[in-house]
Design a protein around this ligand. Structure first.
Ligand code: BG6
Length: 508
């Protein structure tokens, strides 16, 4: 039996099928570990239901849920069917064959049962030995499940592919990330591993590639000769919701910057890739390798961490972080993080990259903003031209997806007065199709064997290398933890970080 669906091969060129509409999963068994959890109910099952509705899932896809929660096959089938308001007939058919295995991940019986169920489904129903294992458990279970699969012969590709999809976080520092990799690589080769960062599945994040490499006008100015600095903002208005316990062990740097922000930055800064899928990951990797690893002295001056206090967001009073459920009243976990990074390479040497992320900010938005240098000379005597803002190109990743170019224009009238104006592209206005959820894109990619948008082991390692010195500085009790009122744009220290270099946050 083939170890490939045959369809992955058609995806050699990563730009060839970015809408995914002609792709098809082929027959396979999808095993979800953590099947009774939040991620499965909120993201995975709805994404699968949508894929089924648009006929991207083969009718011979079998879904097997594994978790510790007491539940039977019928309960799991109902959970899957009810995850969307109106299930399509294709999804109903797949759900009707769903199987559920209740068991402890640390107990061999769970995996013996899984092996039997898979063998039964594959002989009686699909005739295919292709398997996709999805780790949607708590992170502590990732190595346990990966090793148990291997020990039970379930990582073998003798009768079809065996791929392992891993959710973030990939470790909590460099050392634990390497340990996780060692467990995973005991039985799975790197080509079998698909590490998900859902930001890579967002249409607008992929559009960074389209903007840069499908157009001739941006690339010539995309470098240190024209760009003054780059800002990446991931702002959230939500707090930690019901995830206080988890968030206490993470914080904004681990939760957002090490992964989502780094990924968006690599796509923004990388060199043009070659034509095959792996070359995108190679180019991203080169950016990470060129990122300056901060010294303790640099961490002290280029990092701001902060925590929110009680305040008002969207007209509602919200508790401070230390008052949230599952959070210690003395917690030092940061809910806001800002940092200046540098990439030491030919294209970006000396261009500061300012990144910031926070919970309980006034509104939710993610964007990458490139601010360009000012013109060398303004030939407008007696005008207000010197007060004009610099040119900027802002890639709006969410929620108001699009691109804005900011430039100066003459105000109509006798005087020569200038004002900053914007040219806007809006995704919603230009395309009528509904944007698929990031998980739809990534699940189908893993099924067809396209690794382009997944995170390679070396990328994870290098991202931790940049972040680790900051985490080490946190260990010093004197390392400052600033405070901000929920519903504001973070602490004054974050403003000061840019002001000291003559810049401000939020170019537009
Ligand atoms: C997750 C983080 O990875 O990303 C969450 O764990 C965060 O804390 C979420 O809220 C943000 O994702 P999105 O797609 O809403 O920007």
């Amino acid at each position: 039996m083939s170890t490939d669906l045959g369809m992955g091969e058609a995806l050699e060129n990563p730009f060839a099928e970015l809408d995914g509409s002609t792709r098809h999963s082929g027959p396979l068994a999808l095993v979800i570990f953590g099947a009774s959890g939040d991620l499965t109910a909120r993201k995975l099952l709805p994404a699968l239901a949508h894929l089924a509705a648009r006929r991207a899932l083969d009718p011979a896809v079998n879904i097997v849920g594994v978790a510790r929660t007491e539940m039977g096959d019928e309960d799991f089938r109902k959970l899957a069917r009810d995850c969307v308001p109106s299930p399509s007939p294709a999804w109903e058919t797949i759900c009707a064959r769903g199987r559920y295995i209740q068991g402890d991940y640390g107990h061999p019986d769970t995996f013996s049962k899984l092996k039997d169920v898979l063998a039964q489904l594959e002989t009686e129903q699909t005739g295919s030995g292709n398997r996709l294992y999805y780790l949607a458990t708590i992170p502590e279970m990732f190595p346990v499940v990966a090793e148990a699969l291997g020990e039970h012969g379930l990582a073998s590709e003798e009768h079809g592919f065996a791929r392992l999809v891993i959710e973030k976080p990939f470790g909590r520092d460099l050392q634990s990330a390497e340990q996780l990799d060692a467990s995973v690589h005991k039985y799975f080769s790197e080509s079998q591993v698909y590490r998900i960062d859902h930001y890579m599945g967002k249409e607008t994040v992929q559009n960074v590639l389209a903007l840069r490499f499908a157009n001739a006008i941006f690339e010539p100015i995309w470098n240190r000769r024209y760009v003054d600095h780059v800002q990446v903002t991931v702002a959230e208005s939500l707090g930690v919701e019901h995830r206080g316990g988890f968030y206490e062990t993470a914080g904004a740097l681990r939760d957002i910057v090490q992964n989502h922000v780094m990924q968006v930055l690599t796509l923004t800064l990388m060199e043009p890739p070659g034509g095959d899928a792996e070359s995108i990951r190679d180019e991203k990797m080169k950016v990470l390798r060129s990122m300056e690893i901060p010294t303790p002295a640099q961490v002290a001056t280029s990092v701001v961490r902060a925590q929110y206090d009680r305040g008002w967001v969207g007209g509602k009073e919200v508790p401070g972080y230390r008052e949230e459920e599952g959070v210690s009243p003395q917690s030092k976990t940061e809910t806001f993080f800002a940092m200046k990074l540098l990439v030491d390479n030919w294209r970006w040497s000396g261009v500061p990259l300012y990144v910031r992320t926070g919970k309980r900010l006034p509104r939710r938005f993610t964007e990458v903003a490139m601010q360009f240098q000012r013109v060398p000379h303004l030939p407008f005597v007696g005008s207000n031209a010197s007060q004009l803002g610099a040119n900027a190109l802002v890639l709006r990743i969410q929620p108001d997806e699009g691109i804005t170019l900011r430039f100066g224009a003459k105000v109509p009238g006798q005087e020569f007065r200038l004002r900053t104006v914007s040219m806007d592209f809006s995704y919603g206005g230009a395309f009528l199709e509904e944007t698929p959820d990031a998980y739809e894109r990534l699940l189908l990619d893993a099924m067809v064997g396209d690794p382009t948008l997944f995170i390679r082991s070396d990328e994870v390692r290098h991202a931790w290398q940049v972040v680790d010195p900051v985490l080490e500085s946190y260990a010093d009790p004197a390392f400052p933890l600033a405070r901000y009122v929920a519903g504001t744009w973070g602490p004054p220290e974050a403003e000061a970080l840019l002001r000291s270099e003559g810049r401000i946050w939020g170019i537009l």
